[in-house]
Structures are given as structure tokens and as C-alpha cells.
Design a protein around this ligand. Sequence first.
Ligand SMILES: Cc1cc2nc3c(=O)[nH]c(=O)nc-3n(C[C@H](O)[C@H](O)[C@H](O)COP(=O)(O)O)c2cc1C
Length: 342
Amino acid sequence: MSLTIRNIAIEHGLALAPMEGVTDVSFRRLVRKVGGCGLFCTEFIPARGLVEDHAMVRRMAELDDDEHPVTIQVFGRDPALLADGARVAQDLGADIVDLNMGCPSKKVCAHSGGSALMKEPALVAQIVRAMRAAVEVPFTVKMRAGWDPDHRNAPELARLCESEGAEAVTVHWRTRTDGYGGERTWHTVAEVKDAVSIPVLANGDVVDAATAREALEATGADGVMIGRGAIRNPWVFHEIAHALHGAPQVVPDAAEKERVLLAYFDEILDRFDTDRGALGRWKGIGKYFVDGLEQGDRVRTAFLRSRSVTEARAHVEAYFDCLRRFEAGDPTAFDALEVSAA
Ligand SMILES: Cc1cc2nc3c(=O)[nH]c(=O)nc-3n(C[C@H](O)[C@H](O)[C@H](O)COP(=O)(O)O)c2cc1C
């Protein structure tokens, strides 16, 4: 697997998915510090907000100087506005500008952006043409397999995007009506790969080396994009790079996991104006982070009920203290967890 988008080489063909409320500059910093990921992406950013220079939107588009390659993802439905938004994204330092054509959220689809665009190929052609012409950096599109199981039109749309100048496409195997359910089926992504000659990234439920291998073998894609699997386990990129490319193995212990999570929490505290806002963001990440960890469910519940950052942090510290003792061979390490974390 080797992935290059125009002249941008994507290490190990592994990309972090855009995730609203997650992949801000702090979370991407976390993933960068852990390592193994070849391409980063902001959460989706409204073209209008970029153009009108809304403070909150600028924050969503904040990039670190040494964060490359990085994509800024833009959403909307008006070709001229999207073109202007793409230009601003490029000026802000994006190495790649991406169009969101996959978001299933009612809020976004109600304004016919995101995956709702998949029902309007003529408009998609206009948008891609306008955005492509507006920027010099590579331009890509992220989409779902289609609107619903009867309209799996990603192959046609990907071909259309390619003919209008898109330089890579990412395809999430679900349709819009699948939401985040449905049974994993890669065939539409494989059809996209057959339909175009630009790079294709496969996306959806890749969480480890086995699922990455499955996605690549089933689709012939050039790379994979990982979303929730990277919140759950930011080391997933290393795991895949090791299994598929023989990259050095990196297996974090409990102490390292705690260190990374708490460093992230500190950054969030600095970044948010209020502790309440920071706590909300902590919960959004923390609830995934303990997935698959020994007795992780117990700390998740307590953590999500926390009413203050101090309480939430105490739950995390108490939990990782138990996990460290458990890893050191103490089978009773978790017995007192609820008491100590209460
Ligand atoms: C919390 C959350 C926020 C998301 N926000 C975006 C977004 O801003 N732009 C986008 O294209 N997709 C967004 N998605 C979809 C993901 O990029 C990805 O396509 C989807 O989660 C499937 O990949 P995964 O199974 O690896 O998570 C979001 C998904 C989640 C879970």
C-alpha cells in the first residue's frame, strides 16, 4: 500500500478521519505525538464561517506550524461560497482541501450539504469544479457509499469528481441512511476503486490491523482513514503500520496511556474558556479512550457522570492506578475502584 496525493506522500497510507467536536488541533496533536498517522484532518468547517471569518470557525481551522500534511475539510452547498472557503482554507495553511459529502447529520443535510449532496450530481460537478479552480493545493472529496442502500452511487460520483479535478476520494462504506449502523460491506468502495484512477481511501470501522487488512484486500484501496478507532486507541496507526509494513512495534502500557490522556486533558483545559466546556470535550474523548481496556466500562460510567474537571480527573487517575497494578500482576487491583473513585 502506497498512497500519494499529487506530490504528498501519506506515510503508511494511514489517515485520521475528520470528526466534528473531536479532531481539533489538540486532538490532532495527541495523535501526532503518539505517531504512525500519515495525514491529519480538521473537523468539517462551514465555508461561510471561513469566508466571514467567524472566530469560532477560525479556531476549528487552527493548525500547528509543524503539522503536515494536514487537510482542512469544508462543507456547504453553494459552489461560489465553497470556492471562497477553499481559498481561505488554503491561505490558512492546508496542504489539502477536502469537500465533505458524507456527513449524515440532520443539521447539515437539512441545508443540503454533507451526504445530501450525493443526491445532486449536477451540483456536485459545479462545486468540485469551483473548489478545484479556487486552490492550488490538492483537492479531495469524502463521501459515503450513497444516500441509501438502493442508491449506492459513490462510483459514479467519484468518477464525476475525478473528471472535475478531484485528486483523491475517501469512501465510507455506509450509506447516509445507515447512519452509524448497517452491516460492513466493502463492495461499493471496491467499485469506486475500479471506477477511478485517483487514490481511494477506504473508511468505516477500521479499528485494528485485521480490519485494516480486510478493508484494503476487499477494496484494493490505496489507504485507509480511521475515525472512532483512533479515539479509542490512538496507537492504532502504529499497530497497522507494524502489521502491514513492518514498521517498529509500539505497545503502550497503562502509564503511557494515562500520560497521553492527561496531557490531552491539560491542553483542552488551556484551550477552553470554561471548565464546563472543557469537561464536555473530555467526556467526548474519554468515553472512547477506555474502550477495550480492562474494566474500562466501570470507569466510563463514573467519568461520564462527573460534574467537574477535578472529579473527572480523579476518576481517570484512580482507574489508571488500578490498571497499572493489574498490569503488574495484581488480580485484585480493581476491587476497590468504585470506592477510590467515588
Ligand atoms: C463524532 C464524529 C464526528 C464526525 N464528524 C465528521 C466530519 O466533520 N466530517 C466528515 O467528513 N465526517 C465526519 N464523521 C465521519 C467520520 O469521518 C468517519 O467517516 C466515520 O466515523 C466512519 O469511520 P470510523 O468507523 O473509522 O469512525 C464524524 C464521525 C464521528 C463519530
